[in-house]
Design a protein. Structure first.
Length: 365
């Protein structure tokens, strides 16, 4: 089978880069539909407007309704047609970005992605997650190409809640370990082939960056400072993790995250927070050396990522609950089967219990 790597057409990152969005946009079309929330426009709308005043492209705004749903996508397609737009710009969080990607796909236009947070590795991907209008997961929409441009303004991102960037580090923590498992098993990645050496190298760089810069970035963000450590972590959370997960593969950590979503108690936790615990559980399944496991758990504790079931919101732990999570994680279509050994609900249940015990131990509980 062929090795395949996919990526966005261009990635731009830097403090104040949103002021150049008009200059970038004019390379892709004449009139942009800009998808943003009303609160987002109040915060950064003047920057966008000023940028387009000196651009050869026009823009029309539309406020996002809150869900990346089929109805919202169809509504925005009609807006594009009515306004004669020939590109889409999504500015905001994950659901806005996924909606922008989907609308551009159906209209066969370029899409420019401008995240205002660094909480997941989704901005670079050729994927939109679709929900019902009520916010219930419906399906994945796999897209034929990645965004034309991903633009990260680290001034804006560094002003977002610190917990969001920490959650992004939890999501990115999984990238290298899942890529390593997929390489060992010969699993097919989201890109549709085997992982390249480049994707593996990016996944490892992602991990090394998190270990070296993560705690420094957290402290800087808490002090309201956008430092070089913050810049490196934003790149790790978004670009390195994005290319790593999509072109090197997903395995245990994300499947265990998906399993955790069956418990109502976990719904208030961010994606990356659940993935961090899923990563520890995957490493328990792999039985990695004790020193390595301790390093990962200590790093999570320093950042404030959950290392126990209680920290995930599961205050009453029962065998039935854990087995429900393990069974869901082992669904035939999920990525747990990309691990390089046979995985059963019983093994996953035991690994979750052990991961919880290790977390309690290192917390001194």
């Amino acid at each position: 089978m062929a090795k395949i790597l996919i990526s966005p057409g261009k990635y731009v990152q830097g403090a104040g880069e949103l002021k150049n969005i008009g200059a970038y946009a004019e390379k892709y079309g004449k009139k942009a539909l800009v998808l943003i929330t009303e609160s987002g426009y109040k915060r950064i709308g003047t920057i966008i407007d000023s940028s387009f005043e000196v651009s050869n492209s026009e823009l029309v705004y539309d406020y996002f309704n809150g869900e990346c749903s089929k109805n919202e996508i169809q509504r925005l397609i009609k807006v594009m047609e009515h306004e004669a737009c020939d590109m889409v710009i999504g500015i905001g969080g994950g659901k806005i970005l996924d909606t922008a990607k989907a609308v551009a796909y159906y209209k066969n236009t370029p899409v420019l992605i401008c995240p205002t947070i660094a909480s997941t590795d989704a901005p670079c991907s050729a994927l939109s997650v679709l929900y019902t209008d009520e916010g219930v997961f419906e399906e994945y929409l796999f897209l034929p190409s990645n965004p034309n441009l991903v633009l990260m303004d680290t001034d804006i991102i560094s002003k977002s809640p610190v917990r969001l960037t920490i959650s992004g580090m939890g999501d990115a923590l999984a990238t290298y370990f899942e890529a390593r498992a997929c390489k060992a098993s010969g699993a097919v990645s989201c890109a549709g082939g085997l992982g390249t050496e480049a994707a593996m190298a990016l996944a490892k760089l992602c991990f090394d960056t998190l270990m070296n810069e993560g705690v420094k970035a957290k402290l800087a963000l808490e002090a309201g400072a956008c430092t070089e450590a913050v810049e490196k972590v934003v790149e790790a959370n978004t670009l390195l993790s994005g290319l790593g997960f999509e072109s090197a593969g997903l395995a245990g950590a994300h499947a265990i995250h998906n399993g955790l979503t069956v418990l109502e108690e976990c719904h208030h936790m961010y994606h990356g927070e659940k993935v961090a615990f899923g990563t520890i559980t995957q490493l328990v399944l792999e039985n990695i050396p004790a020193e390595e496991l301790e390093d990962i758990i200590d790093w999570c504790i320093e950042l404030g990522l959950p290392v126990t079931l209680k920290q995930l919101g599961i205050t009453e732990v029962t065998d039935e609950k854990i087995m429900a999570v393990a069974t869901a994680a082992c669904a035939p279509t999920d990525t747990l089967h990309n691990m390089p050994f046979e995985v059963t609900p019983e093994k996953v249940c035991a690994a979750i219990k052990a991961a919880d015990a290790y977390g309690k131990y290192f917390l001194g509980e």
